[in-house]
Design a protein around this ligand. Structure first.
Ligand code: DSN
Length: 425
């Protein structure tokens, strides 16, 4: 980055600082990952110079001959990866991809059913503060109070009462397998379209570590930067040709302008990587790591939502971790103290949540990024014990910095053994 360092030292210095933060700490945010150098190079390329509104073979600008080939490669590779027959790779994000699906087949005021945000869903699934919640009449389903897992019989009953035009499944903070076939049957029963948002689990689905919704539901949306380990962006898939045509129109000219061709090239690179045997091994390790982390935390006495995990994330219920006065440690406090110890996580609502989303009683922990750095089950044990030490010490004495400082030192030494990019460190 010698040119950037010379011409914009301010931005360069901040990128360097962020690199230091990523490399010296442990990123346990469930929706983040570490992309390959190839993805970085594609996204940082001269493809950003070009407008390519339209689709391959039918653009509104000249000079798109190489962009056509790039976009076709991205579409074909995505179809191959998931067994789709139609893919749109222009969605700039997962939220945008969801809006584009709704816009393709729904009218304002149509009814939608989706998982409650506070119980694992996503803003773009019709939250009242999101455009999707303002455009459509949304009813949420939640998880069962006892098991903290989806109750398909209850969701089917709700669907029969609501008679929605669209049922959305998929989540941002749900640690268990999602039964896409059950959702499709519920949707069929009431004549609704079914969309599966697999943003979080796409890498697991691609590698066969989670059942796939492609070929089961009507639309599958995803981001490309979470477990799939590509550049930031979105994509939409279907196995229905007519719906594919509607999706393409909804994306462009329906909601977007010129596609981010440098990012589409990065997506193509990511899909090629995800088709490799190495990626299958990576996805398997993500789940092994997450299960190990869950076990150690539970052995340490912590409570996990649904009692464990089947995927890349776990949700700690901190309401059982109390200080001497009986007041519990909040998600916000836990996020802050673990951050000070070099462990980045995010506060998250839990199914029985009583606090605001800015405070919360939960903590979401994910293993995709640390698995990309080569960490295995033994390393997860170390990380879980560090989390335990910091949280228990803070519960004992909220002003204590003893374990925060000790763990920070150990984390920094440990992280140095797992460079982000071994060839450049
Ligand atoms: N913000 C993402 C997450 O962290 O889950 C979802 O869009």
């Amino acid at each position: 980055m010698s040119d950037l360092a010379k011409h914009d030292p301010e931005i360069f210095a901040l990128i360097e600082k962020e690199y230091g933060r990523q490399v010296n700490g442990l990123e346990l945010i469930a929706s983040e990952n570490v992309v390959s150098k190839s993805v970085l190079e594609a996204v940082g390329s001269i493809l950003t110079n070009k407008y390519a509104e339209g689709y391959p073979g039918k653009r509104y600008y000249g000079g798109c001959e190489f962009h056509d080939v790039i976009e076709n490669l991205a579409r074909d590779r995505l179809c191959k990866l998931f067994g789709a027959t139609h893919a749109n790779v222009q969605a700039v994000s997962g939220s945008q991809a969801n809006q584009e699906v709704y816009f393709a087949v729904m009218q304002p005021k149509d009814r939608m059913m989706s998982q409650d945000l506070s119980q694992g869903g996503h803003l773009s699934h019709g939250s009242p503060v999101n455009i999707t919640g303002k455009l459509y009449e949304v009813t949420h389903y939640g998880v069962d109070k006892e098991t903290e897992t989806l109750d398909y019989a209850q969701i089917a009953e709700q669907a029969r009462q609501i008679k929605p035009q669209m049922i959305v499944c998929g989540a941002s903070a749900y640690p268990r397998i999602i039964d896409f076939k059950a959702f499709k049957e519920i949707a069929e029963d009431v004549g609704a379209y079914c969309t599966a948002d697999i943003a979080h689990i796409a890498g697991l689905v691609a590698a066969g570590e989670h059942p796939s919704p492609v070929g089961v539901v009507d639309f599958t949306t995803t981001t490309t930067h979470k477990t799939l380990r590509g550049p930031r962006g979105g994509a939409i898939m279907t196995t229905d040709d007519e719906l594919g045509v509607k999706i393409d129109r909804s994306v462009f000219p329906g909601t977007q302008g010129g596609p981010l061709m440098h990012v589409i090239a990065g997506k193509a690179v990511c899909f090629k990587e995800a088709l490799s045997p190495d990626f299958k091994a990576y996805a398997k390790q993500i789940v092994k790591n997450s299960k190990k982390m869950a076990k150690v935390l539970m052995d340490e006495g912590f409570t996990l939502v649904s009692g464990g995990t089947d995927n890349h994330l776990l949700l700690m219920n901190l309401s059982t971790l109390k200080d001497a006065t009986g007041k519990h440690i909040t998600g916000l406090e836990a996020e802050t103290v673990l951050g000070q110890a070099g462990i980045t996580v995010n506060k998250n609502t839990i199914p029985s949540e009583k606090l605001s989303p800015f405070v919360t009683s939960g903590l979401r922990i994910g293993t995709p990024a640390v698995t990309s750095r080569g960490m295995k089950e033994d390393d997860m044990e170390k990380i879980a014990l560090w989390i335990s030490r910091v949280l228990k010490d803070v519960a004992k004495d909220r002003s204590s910095k003893t374990e925060i400082n000790a763990v920070k030192k150990e984390v920094t030494e440990f992280a140095a053994k797992f460079p982000l990019y071994p060839e450049v460190n």
